[in-house]
Design a binder for this molecule. Sequence first.
Ligand SMILES: [Zn+2]
Length: 656
Amino acid sequence: MSLDELVWRLGGAARASADWVTLKAGLRLVRPASPRCCRNVGFPVVDADSAEFRRIYAGAPSAWRDKLLRGAERLASHRLDIFDIVVKWQNEISWHSDYANHKRAPERFATLVDYREFDVVGDCKLVWEVNRHHHWVVLARAYYVSGDVRFAEEVIAQYKSWRGQNRFYFGMNWCSPLELGVRLINWVWAFDMIRDVDGFEAIRDDVCYAIQQHCWYVSRFQSKASSANNHLIGEAAGLFVAASYLPDLPLAKQWIREARAILEQQIQAQSYGDGCTREHAFGYQFFVIQFFVICGVVAKKTGADFSPQYWARLEKMMGFLITLGRAHGSPPLLGDCDDGYVLNLGDHPHDWRSVAKVGSALFGRNDWADAAEDRESAVWLLAGSAAAAAQAPGPAATPSIESQAFVESGYYLLSGSDPSGKSISVLFDCAELGFGALAAHGHADALSLVVSWDNQPVLVDTGTYDYFSYPEWRNYFRTTRAHNTLEVDGLDQSVMSGPFMWSSRARARCSEWMPRQDGGRVIGEHDGYSRLPGSVRHRRTVDVTTTTGVVEVVDELVGAGVHEVRRYFHFDPQWEIVDRSESTVVLRAGSRLVSLTAPRSQLSVLEPTEVAGPGWVSSAYHRKARCVSIVAIDKVDGSASPLRAQVRLGNVGSMR
Ligand SMILES: [Zn+2]
């Protein structure tokens, strides 16, 4: 543990002890602001007031409006969908419960709750998800667009229930500052949209006090040292949004100043100049972009905008995902992904077109406006004059997809068109494992590749699946063999030392990059196996020719000694095997075929079992589907002849 880490942890423990003594003595840690301070709101979350909004959207045929109202009705009948479970309740939600594992976390002093202790608290992520209150924003939006007060009253009833069960500083819902940050943003959005409802007046001052308590706690316990990743961004964002919303709170100016400094600093510190974020986990890139966009929009509304450098980096970050989204149909979610998001504004949290839609409005980017279809997030975030613009058809044509290097972060995109004009894209990973001391959200995926064709996935990253409930699966999805790369002597290229930690990391780099109009060639290598006898390095060459639909992969072990090499290939679940011989497997999806050939090697199909291992793809948290996973096993002697594999894409009838 570093000195910074030690100081931060000891400081937190000391502050918590002092707070416990204060509370035990019956004293208050946070003095409630005067009701006057709770009356003045710093900005409306939707620029068009509810009457104007209803006038624009109530009568308009809109797929999102109908879906929103259906969702709100389901919530009003006390059904809440979380990952793969449905939370149902009669009168009140049990806010401390893991509904999947039927456990209820104890309501002890927050710093004495160990959220990782599964036997005691259940799966913390499942408990916390409900308490982020995303669903209150769904109810509030439904009220805003329909005027149906039942939805607003449901939010008020649930708020009272939550306050009744969640004493300040006690229990699961006060032990992670990130959770408080996300909750704050959801509260501001939900309460602002329902504040004209009769019942709101009765809870207004208490909401104001609860927001004060949240801000105080986040400011006191913000993540530092090894934890200063997306958590710190989310905490600062919550503090910034809430303090900007109630600017007359006694400490609001200080909180805004503090949060703004963190956000300005972290947007640079946690991303590369090419727009990729340093956690090397693209699901988290969507997450932090939401925080930065929301804070940026709030800052503009309150007339205290962020710096041009902030906006320039945010534009790059959005551009990174938009480029990958356009090339692959949807950005492949490399690294960890827990499906976390900030606000439910109607679109899927990983909808790159929604990012493009909002980005095109924020930055005036016509080249992003091809995501012109109805994107609900843009309506809610930019409603008012911008909302009308968001509804208009986009003026720009789809830009062509080209090979592109993200040199700083280490990702290489090889793209072009097949003979029928359909795109083929390959993303090659020469990136480092992850961010900071922990690399908490990285996967051992160096030199892996993902392949898509006509915006459909072919070779895929197998996903994440779980953090806390299934430790074996948590480990498997981070291993080298869960990725389209190779394993030496049955070992991972990077070594795990815990569910969010690594004791040794493969260092990857790109040694050659030759893009062409029809794909190109890239060579990368990593030193993850230099710990083995013979100190071997893995070098991989990927050569893509989109006009012939061929992806060549050549692997070499540079070093000495005899080693067993396993090359893995994981196909999206839509692909099924239709033919196979010793060194070739042919798969089909609809009218499309793909063949995988490894000359002079034997290909084996790895059957999925209930034991954590290949044969599975997880496209969402706690959901997994069977897939075709193939391995080629070879013995390699030193720097002997390289191992070759070829992936060919073609339609039925066009392939030999
Ligand atoms: Zn992965």
